[in-house]
Design a protein around this ligand. Structure first.
Ligand SMILES: NC(=O)c1ccc[n+]([C@@H]2O[C@H](COP(=O)([O-])OP(=O)(O)OC[C@H]3O[C@@H](n4cnc5c(N)ncnc54)[C@H](O)[C@@H]3O)[C@@H](O)[C@H]2O)c1
Length: 266
């Protein structure tokens, strides 16, 4: 039954990983706006998580910061238990934490065969094992509640390939495949499990900063490959994730939704 608000989350408690900034922050705020019963705001960087939790509390929605590294299963379990005690059982999980850990400046710059193998672990850890850990820690309470939503943010690099991002792309492709099996395991408990596959987002910034970025030849060349000629915004991601978490999406599971301005079609 769909209520007046199409995106109604129905009072469920959500855990959003990597929610200290950009897409994750927007997702946490959007779920709060659409009747989440509480939000556990995760980020590796504690101050970022606390700042977003504070913004959500200011909206009148219960929220706590749960800073942990998604790669650390024991820390994930402890945070999920804390969220249950303080907010209620987590029945919405958004696996948003991505890339290579808390330092968002780290990007691989070499072709794969020149990379040091010691670099691979951090991409697999955050983007693949982090998804395993958060699903493993939260699904039992969803099964108990006989309801739930899991949304995992992946990347078009994992669907189409991206030079100098091979291990990251492989980890995202792995997470995308994982989602389908989990969907089949949890469906009988009214839990849906989907992925959202992104192309390039622009980090949150002022209009002036954005105008400057868009002046560059690099940005113009990149955007010429998008049917809708702009970078993705955090709000684009938040809207689709909120929909997939809502009652309106109860018949959607095991799917990957490209969210990419038409960068890749099909
Ligand atoms: N930005 C893009 O162009 C783009 C493109 C495709 C996919 N994605 C994916 O979308 C998601 C959001 O991207 P974004 O650009 O908004 O992210 P971002 O890099 O701006 O923020 C990610 C947040 O996650 C936190 N984080 C990183 N590793 C963590 C870990 N191991 N444990 C807990 N927290 C951790 C960081 O501290 C940071 O605050 C990510 O999964 C990313 O891989 C982004």
């Amino acid at each position: 039954m769909i209520g007046e608000d199409l995106l109604d989350i129905g009072g469920q408690v959500a855990l959003v990983t990597g929610a200290g900034q950009n897409a994750g922050r927007a997702i946490a705020m959007e779920l709060a706006r659409h009747n989440a019963g509480g939000i556990a705001v995760n980020d590796f960087v504690a101050e970022r998580a606390e700042a977003v939790a504070e913004e959500i509390r200011a909206m009148g929605v219960p929220a706590i910061a749960v800073p942990f590294d998604v790669c650390d299963l024991e820390a994930v379990r402890a945070a999920v238990a804390r969220a249950r005690a303080e907010l209620g059982p987590v029945t919405v999980l958004v696996n948003n934490a991505g890339m290579a850990g808390p330092n968002t400046q780290i990007r691989p710059s070499k072709v794969f065969w020149e990379e040091d193998p010691s670099e691979w672990g951090k991409f697999l850890g955050t983007n693949l094992f982090g998804v395993f850990n958060c699903c493993h820690a939260t699904i039992p309470a969803m099964v108990e509640a006989n309801r739930g939503r899991i949304v995992t943010i992946v990347s078009d690099s994992g669907r189409t390939g991206e030079p100098r991002l091979a291990v990251y792309a492989a980890a995202k492709a792995g997470a995308n495949g994982f989602v389908r099996s989990i969907a089949k395991e949890v469906g009988r408990y009214n839990i849906t499990c989907n992925a959202v596959s992104l192309s390039s987002l622009m980090p949150d910034m002022s209009e002036e900063q954005l105008a400057k970025v868009l002046e560059s030849d690099q940005a113009k060349a990149q955007l010429s490959r998008y049917i809708v000629r702009r970078y993705g915004k955090s709000s684009d991601v938040a809207a689709l994730v909120a929909f997939l978490c809502s009652d309106a999406a109860e018949w959607i599971t095991g799917q990957t939704y490209p969210l990419n301005g038409g960068y890749v079609t099909g």
